[in-house]
Design a protein around this ligand. Sequence first.
Ligand code: FEO
Length: 172
Amino acid sequence: MALDATVTSALNNQINKELYSAYLYLTFADYYEERGLKGYANWYMIQVQEETDHAMILRRYLLDNDFTPTMEAIDKPDKVFQNDLEPLEAGYEHEQYVTSLINDCYAAAYAIHDFRTMQLLDWFVKEQGEEETNAKDLISDYKLFGSTPQGLFDLDNKYQARVYTAQTTLPM
Ligand code: FEO
C-alpha cells in the first residue's frame, strides 16, 4: 500500500531535521574540542553518528515503501556558546523540539490509520524519551560536579568512555 503524501512529507522533513541534528552536534563537539574537553567532544561525536543513523532509518523506510526522499538544504547551526553548560542546555532544548517533530509525524500517520508508519515511529518515540533523559542527565551532572577542575576532569573522562553502537536492528 502506497504511503500517504502527508506522511511522506513529514518523514522526508524528519530526515532533514535528523541531519540538522547531526550538524548541530558537530558544532557542540567542536566547541568542546576547542576547550580541551575531549570526553564531551566524544559524547557529541557519537550523537552525530546516532542522528545520522536516524536519518538513514527514515530514508530506508521511505525507499522500501516506494518513495524516493528529497534531500533538502540543511540549516546552518548558529549557536555561540559562552560557557560549558550552554551546549548541554541547547542539546536538551533541541531534543524536546525533535520529540515534537516525531509527534507530528506520528499524528500524521495516526490520522489516516497508517499502522506501518506508526510501528516505525514507535521506535523513534522511545528513542526520543532516551535522548531527553540523556540530555537532562548531562545538565544535572554538570551542575552537580562540573564547577571544580577535578569534577570537570572526572566528568570528561566519563564521557570519553562512551562507545557508539548502531542505533537499531532495522535495515538501513
Ligand atoms: Fe534523532 Fe537526537 O534525535
